[in-house]
Every structure is written in C-alpha cells, then in structure tokens.
Ligand binder design. Structure first.
Ligand SMILES: Nc1nc2c(c(=O)[nH]1)N[C@H]1C(S)=C(S)[C@@H](COP(=O)(O)O)O[C@H]1N2
Ligand SMILES: [Mo]
Length: 398
C-alpha cells in the first residue's frame, strides 16, 4: 500500500493554492441555461476540473472522463466541501480517530492501530445529493452542478462495525455521528456532522476507507480516512474523519434536522412552489444512467450506424439493464459491461441504426435489479436533490 505519510508534504502549499487556480483555460458547457463553467487545473493532486467555486473547493468531473473508465481516476474525482477551513496537510503519524459517546471503552486510534483491523474493498459510486442540480426546472439555489458531481472508485478500508466493536457500543445506542478535520468559519456555525442509524452503521458494509483506486485518498477527497456508505448519497461520506460519536438519541444537529432533507414523497418530488410538505433525511441513491460517448448537441454522421456508450448505476441494488431510445422510437436494450458489484457504475454500449439528417434526442434508461426503472416524470424539490429522471442529449446528424 502506498505511503500514507506523504500528505504532510502538502503543508507547503498553504491556502494560496486554492485562491489562485489557473482560471478559464477552457469552458465546459453543462447543457443548461448559463451552464458555462471554466475548466481549470492547479488544485492539489487534481487535473483539469470544472470549477464551480475555488474556496471551499467545488470541482466537477467532466462527463467524458466518467465515460472513459467505470473507475474515476483520483486526480479527476469531483470535490465538494462545505466550509473553506479544510485540512491542507495532515501528519499521518500524529493523526488520531476518536470514538466516544455511548461506548463502553472510548478509543483514540492511530492510523496504525486502525489498519490492523481486517481489510475490505468495495466498488461504490460517490454521488453528491445535489448532483445535476443545474438541470432542475424551475432553477433552485445551490451549486449548479451538471452531472459530474459523482465518481466511482474501489475503496479500501476497514469495517465501521469492527471499529465500533473495539469501543463497545453501549446500551440504548440509536445512531452514530461522524465529523472530520474541517471547521466552520465562525464558532456559532454548526460543525459539519452526519449520522447513520446504529443498525446501518453496524451492517458490515459501511467502511472507513484509507485508499481509493489503490492509492491514498487525495487530500481534497478526505485524506487520511473517510467514511464510505455504499449506495447512499455522499453527504454521509465524511472526509478526513476524526470523530465518531455513538448517540442515545436521534441526531438533532443542523446537518441532519435542517439540511439535506427531501420531500417524503415517492421520488422526492413535489409541485414547484408548494411549501407545506413533510421531509425526511436524504438516504439511498436511485437508478441513473448517462450517455458519455457524445456531448449534448454533438455532430454525428447521418446514414451511418451510431456507436453510443455511457454509464449507469442501480442505486443500492445494481443495474439489471440499460435501454436507449432515439426520438420517439422504441426502447432498445444496450449491452452491459462487466459487473463490479451492485454499488458500482456499470458501462453500457449500443449501436443505433443509421439516423436521417437532422436533430435527434437520445434518451437512456436504467432498470435496477429490483425492477425499479428511471421514468420521464420530472423531479423537483427546493434543494435540487436526488435527480433520477431519464436524461437525454441532442445529436445533430449531418
Ligand atoms: N468532512 C467533510 N466531509 C464531507 C463534506 C464536508 O463538507 N466535510 N461534504 C460531503 C458532501 S455533501 C459530499 S458531496 C462529499 C464529496 O466527496 P468528495 O469531495 O470526495 O467527492 O463529501 C462529503 N463529506
Ligand atoms: Mo453533497
């Protein structure tokens, strides 16, 4: 395993590294009104990214990168932090993970002690709750992400369950709260913290990862360790995790009780403008699929077979099938790529019949293994969360 101590070298970068990225080398069209964003390098351990904001960094992965491999390269993996006071260097030797609250043996673990636990590896999509928010109509406030606030990696780490067992979960435990090394800008602001129900925390799949795609986590993706909650939106995937607290009451903190809540309706959708609706914390992801072989508005050759390809995910249960449709034509099955497990992206490919000259819509639909399929029905909620509508792009045959 690669050297976990090398991140302390990033100390030399200081905050200036985020203040002055190489702006506007290029612009990315995100397929919605005002959807132009600069593509820039200059962020530590990152290649060219779509820059939504530089402090705290909000960096989006270009869709063609997501299409090149079902595993998103670490240096192109999207980045999202809430507060600008984020860890820029971590001394791996001095780092400690604290496990407290309703436990019988509170623990302060070094990375060395943590890594003595049995290792697990899982392929899982990390997707922001607000991924694709820029496509919401009518528009909603928040980062105007295209579809690139997601990525897929092989995560290596230890089971959260094993770590909780070291500390001994006390009687009456109902939830487990997680927080990291980043800090709010002022004391009154709520520390970024998220919780899982105790049973979920102990399901044996939720893990504390120290590597992604076989390398240490990039600093911006949570070095030295982060929570990985397979199948769930990444608001729960706490980065630079240094504090675990077992709770005997539901977490009533800001980030659970007020933020990241969705309408408690099927598909988390309500009529735009309505305000009187029950909400629930966002949780598991839903099936999604994308064309990555062509950008929206791409020119293609008329009268020739059209090679299409992309990626799909099945929420918590894996992809059963992917279909595509040209214009109002019939849904046609695509060919699926290798299965890397139910939480991973799955690639798909298809050869569509020759198109007549003109503009055509290409739609793609994922059906998960539990039969749940994407639909054309619009999804809207004020947070711009959990988009799962069938996505389409235009191609121009000429
Ligand atoms: N410590 C910490 N962890 C965090 C966050 C944060 O602000 N602080 N943001 C969460 C949210 S909302 C997202 S979308 C993911 C983004 O993970 P990534 O930056 O590795 O892609 O981190 C999650 N974990
Ligand atoms: Mo997020």
């Amino acid at each position: 395993m690669a050297d976990l101590s090398r991140r302390s070298a990033l100390a030399a970068l200081g905050t200036g590294a985020f203040a002055a990225p190489l702006w506007a080398q290029q612009a990315a069209r995100l397929g919605f009104a005002n959807g132009e964003r600069p593509v820039a390098g200059g962020f530590p351990e990152k290649g060219a990214m779509i820059v939504q904001r530089s402090r705290a960094p909000l960096l989006e992965t270009p869709l063609d990168v997501l299409g090149r491999s079902v595993f998103t390269p670490n240096d192109r993996f999207y980045v999202r932090w809430h507060y600008s006071d984020i860890p820029l260097s971590v001394d791996a030797a001095a780092f400690r993970l604290r496990i407290g609250g309703a436990v019988t043996r509170p623990r302060v673990l070094s990375l060395g002690a943590l890594l003595k636990l049995p290792r697990v590896e899982i392929a899982a999509v990390n997707q922001c709750s607000g991924n694709s928010r820029g496509h919401f109509t009518p528009r909603v406030p928040g980062a105007q992400w295209g579809h690139g606030a997601m990525g897929n990696a092989r995560w290596t780490g230890v089971r959260l369950k094993d770590v909780l067992e070291l500390a001994g979960v006390g009687p009456g435990a109902v939830a487990v709260r997680f927080s990291g090394l980043d800090r709010p800008p002022v004391d009154e602001a709520p520390w970024y913290a998220k919780s899982l129900d105790i049973d979920h925390a102990r399901d044996g799949e939720v893990m504390i990862a120290f590597a992604m795609n076989g390398a240490p986590l990039p600093m911006l993706n949570g070095f030295p360790i982060r929570l990985v909650v397979p199948g769930w939106f990444s608001t729960y995937w706490i980065k630079a995790l240094d504090r675990i607290e077992v709770l005997t009451q539901a977490d009533d903190g800001f980030w659970m009780a007020k933020a990241y809540r969705i309408p408690a309706t099927p598909m988390a959708t309500i009529t735009p403008g309505s305000s009187d609706f029950a909400t629930a914390p966002i949780g598991p992801m839903v099936p999604r699929s994308f064309v990555t072989s062509h950008g929206d508005g791409a020119a293609v050759a008329a009268g020739r077979p059209l090679a299409l390809g992309g990626i799909a995910m099945g929420g918590t249960v894996g992809v059963a099938s992917v279909d595509y449709r040209i214009g109002d034509g019939a849904w046609t099955a695509a060919t699926l790529g290798p299965d890397h497990g139910r939480y991973s992206f799955r690639s798909w490919s298809a050869t569509a019949s020759p198109l007549p000259p003109g503009e055509h819509r290409v739609a793609v639909r994922c059906t998960a293994t539990d039969g749940r399929a994407q639909s054309d029905a619009a999804i809207w909620n004020p947070g711009g969360y959990q988009r799962g509508t069938i996505e389409t792009i235009a191609v121009r045959a000429g």
